[in-house]
Design a protein around this ligand. Sequence first.
Ligand code: NAI
Length: 397
Amino acid sequence: MQIKPSIRSNIFTNSHPLGCEAYIQSLFREAKQFSSFEGPKNVLIIGGSSGYGLSSRITLAVNALANTWNVSFESRPKGERTGSAGWWNNIYFQQEADKLGTFHKDFVGDAFSQTMKESVIDDLKKRSVKIDLIIYSLAAGARSHPVTGELVRSTLKAIGDPVQGKTIDIAERAVKELTVAAASEQEIADTVFVMGGSDWEDWVRQLTDADVLNHGIKAISYTYIGSKNNAKIYREGTIGRAKDDLEKHGKSIDTFLKNRLHGEGLISVSKAVVTKASVFIPRIPFYVSAMFEVMKKHGVHETITAHKHRLFADMVYGNKRLLDDQGRIRIDHYEMQDNIQKDIQALSDKHENESIFSLAGTQQFIDEFYQINGFNIPGVDYETDVDLDQLALKEPR
Ligand code: NAI
């Protein structure tokens, strides 16, 4: 069958396996251009099938020759359903990483569950492996409550008053007015429960108690601050409250790991990039399109893989760590420069209409959105019939 892009409300409902293969190969080719660095030997990534978790996994595998364990929640192909991009990313990550001669393992299932934590611990014990770095890079819409079993959902809402704004509808290639409703106290608490830091801390404590972490262990998670351009929906909204909570747990993980294993807990404030999770956030498509345009003009644009390579090579394992007054790593410093933010604001004010589509930055934003789902990749023949039944025989290991 031929697979054509299918998008609803800025979410891809399908993926292209051959495109995902080509995409993963391009990320490996890119990482091979970067410098090697002395890093961790064994890395556990929670949320490593796409976005920041995937780019972290690739640069650590390629540039530090790390072995990796990855937990992700992805859907397999079934009948006419193509499976999610992350499903194929896991498979093709392993295909490329096998050439490095290192070890890589995938767990597909719910990272929030106790069963998953126990499966990972059992595997590490069985192999007598101790982890040197834990990356917590989940972006989830829901989490089962461990006691009641109830499914708790996160929301992307404003806090206080509703917010008016504009965003890009990618499928319709249109600028849309949006009203982001104000969240209730319950919705705020639920978003903190799903996207905050309590599950990260559970992972760290359980892995420590199970004695599967090395002395000097580092645990890192990714937050976002952004600017007044997107503050009302991001940092001052429900997701911002969850990030406050993530950062708070980062501090308590830091204290815990220092005491138990002379390790550290780290928060990296990362830059805005195009991922499945970020494109779905109202306003962010507009912001990222203008940001691409401006950062390219100023010569400080970085790809997602380059960004994570710099994070680990320079700031986590290197000696160029930039910290703010709250102890967070500020790898987002280019995005946050005053001149960059001023230009992003001016550009997005000027193009709060269909003219946003005339910007090269918007075209790049749209291209990347297709590419992370395996579409519009140069060199892939999309007229070719894809034998999904045959491809479905592949499993991540
Ligand atoms: P993404 O959607 O590309 O990746 C999310 C990952 O979480 C995937 O591997 C997915 O399989 C996994 N996942 C979701 N629910 C799961 C579950 N129940 N069990 C196991 N795995 C599950 O998202 P992205 O954007 O890479 O986000 C990762 C982190 O980076 C988030 O904390 C996000 O807030 C943060 N971040 C993202 C920025 C961006 O611009 N994309 C900017 C700064 C921080």
